[in-house]
Design a protein around this ligand. Structure first.
Ligand SMILES: [Zn+2]
Length: 553
């Protein structure tokens, strides 16, 4: 997932060998990075889709490169010995045949076309068939229940047997000020949260009203990511987190539905931005759905290598990056069907291998350093979610997670960023390392897009583990902000999640090589200290971390 936030660093390329201000900082080789990305993003890897031939090839290749880098296997125990991988069982859910959806108003039924007016995911609650006839519709505002903010959109309404309808993002996105971080998105603004909350509320389902600005993406993204095959980690009680109908509807349809029920969409939206909002039934209107689901379990792999700590091996610093991309899919205009994922995320995987090599060949760290190459990020952060729920090294003694997703393959920049707005000691440490190197921190320019929740560090963050996802800077040494921003835009528009995200011969990888120096220094400092970074006092992730404080004495 994840666009290129920006690209990164360096005041002058000539300073590259002395970057990160530490005599012990290894020099990262742009050519090594380029070759790794070229290989991982080649057609032979078939777009690195989980549980495909492309996965087999990818996993074998990454293991071979971790071995060559000098890492030790750090995956699941097999016959008392660490293997290179952690098996990740994933539920796979697909709607079979053409699903049927309709709205009924005063006895008159109107069919809704999947992918056009509505986009409903294959049910993940354990149902193999969904058959809902004339369920009442209830507008629940932003669908948020946040006790610590004294906010409850549900007000005790009984949603059993009903379909909820909700807005995307959080209640203060449009006004820009309020209890949910203003324009920045809290987790309450994410559709993943809304689905989870609606399942807790016991509703039959949720239809999220798509609006481009608060969603931060257009309808095609909603359509593409909801009408294809769905994946989830295998859960014991899936209905606790998934209702039967999880979908989106187009804004125009929502406005019409409200109008037909004698309601004004814009007026109700305004109400939903206040604490006093109460759920509103769309009188006289009902929703029907009928579809079959093919559910199966596949097994994918996380890949783990490690440099064991010399003094405190049970304390672990993590670097992470996802290896998966979208595999083989719909052809683009040129007929290309392979989604190579060069930037997203062959770059992160190459970075992980380069860092592994540097640690394996450098001075032995006091704490252990694990290199975690996760699967199924593109399917909803599932590899990292699985690792975080089945940790191989104690989470309480996981010092920090430094995630890399979609790094910029071009030249160096004078700044760097992280995904989303977050306040934590780990970021302060990175800012200090970068500053010594003449590189400044540029906060995520679009915290409302919720990027904090869209890469693998989040699976750790929500369990309290200090975690950030590094983003390359956009103030290029060569060309400044104009060049960096133009490249960022071009990537998002022309290559992000498209078959054209392919390795380019003119990519210098010098920016990435520089940034890896900073990330190495950050990890090395943590791995050679007694420091336990934490979240800021007002962070929603602080309490989870503090709960295990006694294990870090
Ligand atoms: Zn990614």
């Amino acid at each position: 997932m994840k666009r290129l936030l920006a690209c990164s660093i360096l005041t002058a390329l000539a300073a590259a060998s002395a970057t990160a201000g530490d005599a012990q900082t290894p020099v990262f080789d742009p050519h090594y990075l380029s070759e790794q990305v070229k290989t991982l993003a080649s057609d032979a890897f078939e777009g690195r889709g989980p549980a495909t031939a492309g996965e087999k090839r990818t996993v074998a290749y990454v293991i071979s490169q971790m071995k060559a880098a000098g890492l030790q296997p750090a995956g699941a125990l097999k016959d008392g010995k660490r293997s290179w991988t952690q098996p990740v069982p994933l539920g796979r859910f697909e709607i079979t045949g053409t699903p049927s959806f309709s709205l009924t108003m005063d006895g008159k039924s109107e069919p809704l076309t999947q992918g056009d007016q509505i986009a409903v995911r294959a049910a993940q609650d354990g149902s193999t068939s969904v058959d809902i006839a004339n369920a009442p519709l209830v507008f629940v505002g932003y669908g948020v229940k946040a006790p610590e903010r004294n906010w409850d959109d549900f007000k005790g309404v009984d949603l059993h047997g009903k379909i909820a309808v909700a807005l995307i993002n959080d209640p203060d996105f449009e006004t820009g000020q309020g209890d949910f971080g203003g324009k920045a998105m809290t987790y309450y603004g994410r559709w993943t949260y809304k689905y989870e909350e609606i399942a807790r509320q016991g509703a039959l389902g949720l239809l999220i009203i798509h609006e481009t600005a608060p969603a931060s993406y257009g309808w095609p993204t909603v359509k593409n990511s909801n009408t294809n095959t769905q994946f989830d980690i295998v859960r014991e009680h899936p209905a606790e987190v998934h209702s039967k109908v999880e979908g989106w509807i187009q804004r125009d349809l929502a406005v019409q539905m409200f109008k037909d029920a004698g309601l004004d969409f814009d007026a109700l939206k305004k109400q939903a931005q206040t604490r006093d909002f109460k759920p509103v039934t769309l009188k006289g209107e009902t929703f029907s759905a009928k579809f079959n689901v093919d559910a199966s379990v596949i097994t994918s792999q996380n890949i783990l290598g490690r440099v064991k700590g010399s003094q405190r091996p049970d304390e672990t610093v993590f670097y992470s990056a996802h290896w998966d991309h979208l595999g083989v899919g719909e052809p683009d205009a040129t007929g290309d069907r392979i989604y190579n994922g060069a930037v997203d995320n062959a770059t992160g995987t190459a970075a992980l291998l380069a860092l592994g090599k540097a640690f394996a060949h450098g001075p032995k760290p006091e704490r252990s350093v694990v290199f975690l190459n996760v699967t199924a990020e593109e399917k909803g952060l599932l590899g990292s979610e699985y690792y975080a729920t089945h940790p191989l090294y104690p989470e309480a003694k996981t010092v920090a997670v430094i995630n890399m997703d979609a790094m910029d393959p071009h030249g160096p920049a004078r700044n760097f960023t992280i995904s989303g707005s977050a306040k934590l000691g780990l970021l302060d440490d990175l800012i200090a390392v970068a500053k010594a190197d003449g590189v400044s921190y540029a906060p995520d320019p679009h915290p409302e897009a919720g990027y904090f929740f869209r890469s693998d560090h989040f699976s750790f963050a929500k369990r309290g583990v200090p975690a950030i996802s590094f983003g390359s800077g956009d103030d290029w040494v060569d060309g400044g902000l104009a060049a960096g921003e133009a490249a960022d835009k071009a990537y998002t528009k022309d290559h992000y999640h498209q078959p054209s995200d392919q390795w380019q011969a003119d990519w210098s990888f010098t920016g990435m090589a520089h940034d890896l120096g900073m990330l190495y220094t950050l990890g090395s400092k943590l791995a050679n200290s007694h420091e336990w970074p934490n979240w800021s006092r007002d962070s929603e992730f602080r309490a989870a971390r503090d709960a295990t404080a006694d294990q870090r004495k």
